[in-house]
Design a protein around this ligand. Structure first.
Ligand code: FES
Length: 110
C-alpha cells in the first residue's frame, strides 16, 4: 500500500498508510491528523489546505478552476498549495509529502 507523510505545523512528521483512491483529507481523518475539511470535500471551504512538497507538486493532477478559486481564499497560500480533499492517492503518489499550514480560515463561518 502507498504511504504518505504529513508534516505538522510544529515540524512533526507523520508517515501513514495511503490507500489508493482515498483523498489526502480522508487519510488525514483516518489518522487523526488535524486537517479540518469543514465541507467534507465539496469544494466549499478551504480548511483542507495543504502545502505540497515541491518535489511532489508536479506529479499531481492540475487543480480545477473551482479548486483554484477556493485556494485563493486559503490563509497562508503558497505556490504549492492544494486542497487536501482534491488530491486522490494513486500508485504514483506513493511517498507523497504534504505540510499542514499553521492556520486555516474557515469559509463556512464557524
Ligand atoms: S474539505 Fe472543503 S474544500 Fe476540501
Amino acid at each position: 500500500m502507498p504511504r504518505m507523510t504529513f508534516i505538522e505545523p510544529n515540524g512533526t512528521r507523520r508517515e501513514v498508510d495511503a490507500p489508493l483512491g482515498l483523498s489526502v483529507l480522508e487519510i488525514a481523518h483516518r489518522n487523526k491528523i488535524d486537517l479540518e475539511g469543514a465541507c467534507e470535500g465539496s469544494l466549499a471551504c478551504s480548511t483542507c489546505h495543504v502545502i505540497v512538497d515541491a518535489a511532489w507538486y508536479g506529479k499531481l493532477n492540475e487543480a480545477k478552476e473551482d479548486e483554484e478559486d477556493m485556494l485563493d481564499l486559503a490563509f497562508g497560500l503558497t505556490r504549492t498549495s492544494r486542497l487536501g480533499c482534491q488530491i486522490v492517492i494513486t500508485e504514483e503518489l506513493d511517498g507523497l509529502t504534504v505540510r499542514l499550514p499553521a492556520a486555516t480560515r474557515n469559509m463556512m463561518g464557524r
